[in-house]
Design a protein around this ligand. Structure first.
Ligand SMILES: [Zn+2]
Length: 406
């Protein structure tokens, strides 16, 4: 699916579909709201009459509503403004991770409606689907008098085929070619969309931004149990021929490095995942089969960050090593796809002030030009729930996005 860039489209003519004009109108209302009909006609570069027909259709379907009159001033009727109607429809977002699974309900614009809930992930697919269905039914029951659920977006730490909804390979979950979408959709009787977590984060970032200079080319790196990467080139999510494009988490930093969840050695993920950082702190080989000590088993990356802030030099060193490895991998992304901006999500962003100089030094060392080494990096905090926003965008964004008709 393509994101429409409201500055780079042409209104669909005879040979293109009405559906595209609807999506263009919805996208422009979403990114400019509140917007008057006259402004919408100007933005679409078309006649008022054409816009009126479209707007009346969208109003009748309840996709938009007319709000307060503006400060028109002067004589004559003041214009009413159009808004996306996000009040009676909502989306359920699900983030499946190797350790825990998170759920959140959002409105159609991705704004959270209720707090995040979570439960321990059971990696047996049938059990996970049954646990998920139970939680989703509870959310639907809670909302049934006020709003309709439009669908469920699920992000997973693995490669997916967005058409079939199959999870092709999710190393940290131990899944290969499993069907998550159909059994879940059947259990909850709602549409389900499944996508790789890094790609969903990139999609949500494109969708949320109003800064159109940077929506076309970006990379999103989500660091948690594993490393998920989403790449957007020319406004489109990069997928490749086999849905594995952009899997920088499994590009090796060193072939002699630690073993990765995918079975290979030295992948970027094996150096920068939360487990890799914790293992470095405890001086433990992450592939060791021996059970962890009680302290290690319950110790989190947040604990490590707070120790580093309280003067634990070993904790700081472990984080800064991760910063360096993070920078080396980011340099590979820059050298391969040269994005306009890099986004980093995950718990490690809470330590950004402690690791930023290590990240930047590694970038300066490896990026192929000085300008490329200065590619803007933005962190997205855990509190912003980038993966859940990504999951919500899977359901909400298709109503707005349209192919570029240029
Ligand atoms: Zn790997």
């Amino acid at each position: 699916m393509r994101k429409i860039d409201p500055k780079r489209f042409k209104i669909a003519k005879r040979h293109t579909s009405r559906e595209i004009n609807r999506q263009i109108a919805l996208t422009l209302i979403r990114t400019h709201q509140p917007v008057s009909r006259a402004d919408l006609a100007r933005l679409m570069g078309t006649r008022r009459g054409v816009v009126s027909i479209l707007v009346n259709e969208l109003l009748a379907e309840g996709l938009i509503f007319e709000g307060a009159t503006g400060e028109g001033g002067g004589r004559g009727r003041k214009p009413t403004f159009l808004y996306i109607d996000s009040r009676e429809r909502y989306v359920i977002a699900v983030d499946v991770r190797a350790t825990r699974t998170y759920l959140m309900a959002t409105d159609l614009l991705g704004k959270p409606l209720v707090g995040v809930t979570s439960f321990a992930t059971n990696r047996t697919l049938a059990v996970l689907i049954s646990n998920l269905a139970q939680k989703i039914r509870a959310i639907v029951a809670d909302h049934q008098t006020v709003a309709t659920c439009q669908g469920v977006g699920v992000v997973v730490p693995g490669m997916t085929d967005p058409k079939s909804g199959r999870v092709l390979h999710a190393p940290t979950l131990g899944w290969r070619n499993v069907n998550l979408k159909d059994p879940l959709a059947a259990a909850i009787e709602l549409p389900v969309h499944v996508e790789n977590s890094g790609r969903a984060c990139a999609l949500a970032q494109v969708w949320a931004t109003r800064d159109h200079a940077h929506i076309g080319d970006l990379a999103f790196v989500s660091v948690s149990d594993g490393v998920g990467v989403g790449i957007v080139v020319n406004g489109e999510i990069l997928r490749g021929q086999h849905n594995i494009a952009g899997e920088f988490g499994h590009v090796p930093l060193s072939i002699d490095g630690p073993r990765c969840s995918c079975g290979a050695t030295g992948c970027w993920e094996a150096y920068v995942s939360n487990l890799a950082t914790l293992s470095r702190y405890f001086g433990r080989n992450p592939n060791e089969q021996k059970p962890m000590s009680a302290e290690m088993a319950t110790f989190t990356i947040e604990d490590l960050i707070s120790r580093a802030r309280n003067g634990d030099g070993k904790a700081l060193a472990a984080l800064q090593s991760t910063g360096r490895y993070l920078g080396l991998g980011l340099a590979s992304i820059i050298n391969a796809v040269d994005p306009g901006r890099l986004y980093i999500g995950g718990e490690i962003t809470a330590a950004w002030d402690l690791i930023e100089s290590s990240v930047k030094a590694a970038l300066a060392e490896r990026a192929l030009t000085d300008l490329a080494a200065r590619t803007e990096i933005r962190t997205v905090s855990v509190e912003e729930h980038p993966r859940l926003r990504g999951a919500a965008a899977l359901v909400a964004a298709p109503a707005f996005a349209a192919p570029m008709v240029a």
